[in-house]
Write a protein that binds this ligand. Structure first.
Ligand code: SAM
Length: 367
């Protein structure tokens, strides 16, 4: 067999060869004397070894397994073959178990969530600026951070995929309801941080009306177009300009829905929003929302934050779980299900599902 090989910039070796009487690319045996010319991509063995060391934290068991893996069609396929293997899943499960044990030893941490109105406004302005920029530059990628959703890569297929992920989130809500034997009262749903309307359009099928609020004009513009194109007419979208405005525009509603939004707001803002939303849930209504509560190592000091430079992309924040429960309690919401989720790509994020008592607890208890 004769041939040549070259290393592509992405670490894949391209091998070209010609051969007499070897196996064809489809595995069939050509007649002896057949001249075959083929091009085959081959991952560099050193890359495979590096994957073993970084992902599995060990050396490959032998050279044969390394060579087998060099035949992956590209780096993405190679990575998937590692991510899907039982060994790594077991390791991840171990990591979750050790996190779950370590969480009981979590020391007290400083998380400022009660601040002045002026500081709250400054936090909000910073979040608003960050998201307005993301809405202009990368409105889809900022919602689902995969390269195929970057403006430069978006095609019809990626766009369909993007909105399909929104359907999956709405199905998670339906699964939660059926798991817990609860029915939606339909009525009015408030979606906090609706973005491009990725989930909103599916919420519109579950409720009589949906109000989507967001701080980013760019995201809202796309949401408006998307909902129009999909022929959805039971959604109103609102641009939020300030925390005070929220208090004045917020009607009573039946259901609060929010995923991957609270996490981008500093704890005092998360507390402010949660408080104002839960206050407005009608008796018999509910709430389904996600927020990180136990991110390992997370702390928040308001002065430090306000004096710091915004990160390149997203800010990620916690609200301690006890603050969530105190707020639920304040407004007569009963937690039905609290599950740790993977929405932040880090440990410690939770999805809460709660229902508001029809008769206030204070009345039942005779207080
Ligand atoms: C990661 S995207 C998620 C969008 C949508 N929830 C989804 O899952 O497709 C976060 C969205 O929340 C919005 N957002 C962040 N903080 C907000 C706030 N304090 N008030 C309103 N919208 C906010 C952003 O502008 C952005 O559209």
């Amino acid at each position: 067999m004769n041939g040549f090989q070259g290393l592509r910039g992405d670490g894949v070796t391209v091998r070209c060869w010609h051969s007499i009487g070897t196996l064809a690319l489809d595995g069939s045996q050509p007649d002896l004397g057949t001249f075959i010319f083929g091009v085959r991509n081959m991952i560099e063995p050193n890359i495979v070894r590096a994957f073993y060391r970084v992902l599995l934290k060990r050396e490959p068991e032998n050279e044969r397994v390394v060579m087998e893996k060099t035949h992956a069609p590209n780096i993405e396929a190679l990575l998937l073959s590692f991510v899907n293997c039982l060994e790594i899943r077991t390791k991840l499960a171990d990591a979750t178990v050790s996190y779950s044990s370590a969480i009981f030893e979590m020391p007290p941490r400083r998380v400022d969530y009660d601040i002045s109105a002026e500081q709250l406004r400054a936090c909000f302005d910073r979040v608003r600026r960050e998201w307005a920029l993301l809405g202009e530059q990368e409105p889809y990628w900022s919602v689902a951070a995969q390269d195929r959703f970057r403006v430069a890569n978006l095609d019809d297929k990626a766009m369909n995929k993007f909105f399909e992920t929104g359907r999956a989130t709405a199905v998670q809500l339906q699964n939660c309801l059926s798991r817990t034997g609860r029915k939606l009262a339909k009525g009015l749903c408030l979606e906090f941080g609706c973005g491009t309307g990725r989930v909103t359009r599916y919420l519109a099928e579950l409720f009589d009306h949906v109000i989507g609020i967001d701080v980013s004009p760019g995201h809202l513009k796309l949401a408006t177009k998307h909902l129009q194109d999909a022929g959805i007419s039971n959604v109103s979208l609102k641009l939020l300009g300030s925390p005070e405005e929220l208090i004045s525009i917020l009607p009573e509603f039946d259901f609060l829905f929010s995923t991957i939004v609270f996490q981008h707001n500093p704890p005092p803002l998360q507390k402010f929003f949660l408080d104002n939303f839960l206050k407005k849930v009608r008796p018999g209504g509910g709430a389904y929302f996600q927020m990180p509560t136990h991110t390992p190592g997370y702390e928040f000091q308001i002065e430090k934050y306000l004096n710091s430079k915004p990160p390149m992309h997203f800010e990620m924040h916690d609200l301690p779980m006890h603050v969530v429960f105190e707020t639920l309690n304040r407004y007569d919401l009963v937690p039905i299900e609290v599950l740790m989720d993977g929405r932040t790509g880090m440990l410690g994020s939770h999805t809460f599902f709660c229902m508001k008592r029809v008769v206030p607890h204070s009345v039942v208890a005779g207080a």
